[in-house]
Design a protein around this ligand. Structure first.
Ligand code: 5GP
Length: 199
């Protein structure tokens, strides 16, 4: 056997939280600087939803058409997927498998369905983390602030989904309340460092 053939498989950290829970900002802060940035590779999902102002192509999402998404799904290039408010979202299979094989640790931002699927597929190297907003009122304000034009229907849909997602928080390995961004970032760092065995 060659030296290094037993390289340890990477770990996966799956972050979920209702739309507006602040998870995207939290992840950006987590990866901003410091040694965790070098320890984690962010998985970039495919989506058919339109790009929001400020989102970066291929950094936040790979934006594709529904036709392209369905072709990738048929070709089994998508590890897990969901449909959220009429749009498809999916995790690229090759990217995840290549990184795990190399021993890289991955950070994924998925809904409940995605988090449970990844945990089922990789039970021994997945940690699921739920990020909760301080309140539904705070969540509503964040959703409104972030979108340049959001209609009442979409707002009500996102809030309805958020209520459902909050009920599922007990199905995650970790629960994190995002009241103060710096405090929540530190707590998230601690969880990851501990799971990586670096603490
Ligand atoms: P948003 O439109 O707010 O960016 O995302 C909507 C929801 O889809 C969020 O809960 C987000 O975490 C989730 N999501 C994003 N990409 C994926 C993915 O590849 N798979 C799954 N299952 N959920 C995703």
């Amino acid at each position: 056997m060659t030296k290094g053939a037993l390289k340890k498989e990477g770990l996966m950290f799956v972050i979920s939280g209702p739309s507006g829970s602040g998870k995207t900002t939290l992840l950006k802060k987590l990866l901003e600087k410091g040694f965790l940035k070098r320890q984690l590779v962010k998985s970039v999902s495919l989506t058919t939803r339109p790009k929001r102002p400020g989102e970066r192509v291929k950094k936040d999402y790979v934006f594709i058409s529904e036709r392209e998404f369905l072709a990738l799904l048929r070709a089994k290039k998508i590890l897990e997927w969901t449909k959220y408010l009429g749009y498809y979202y999916g995790t690229p299979k090759d990217f995840i498998e290549d990184n795990l094989r190399k021993g890289s640790n991955l950070l994924l931002c998925l809904d409940l369905r995605g988090a449970l699927k990844i945990k089922r597929l990789y039970p021994n190297n997945t940690a699921t983390i739920f990020i909760a907003p301080p309140s539904l009122g705070a969540l509503k304000q964040r959703i409104i602030k972030r979108s340049d034009k959001i209609n009442q229907e979409e707002l009500q849909q996102r809030l309805g989904l958020a209520r459902g997602e909050l009920l599922a928080k007990g199905r995650y390995d970790y629960y994190l309340l995002n009241k103060d961004l710096s405090v929540a970032t530190e707590k998230l760092k601690k969880i990851i460092i501990q799971e990586l065995g670096l603490g």
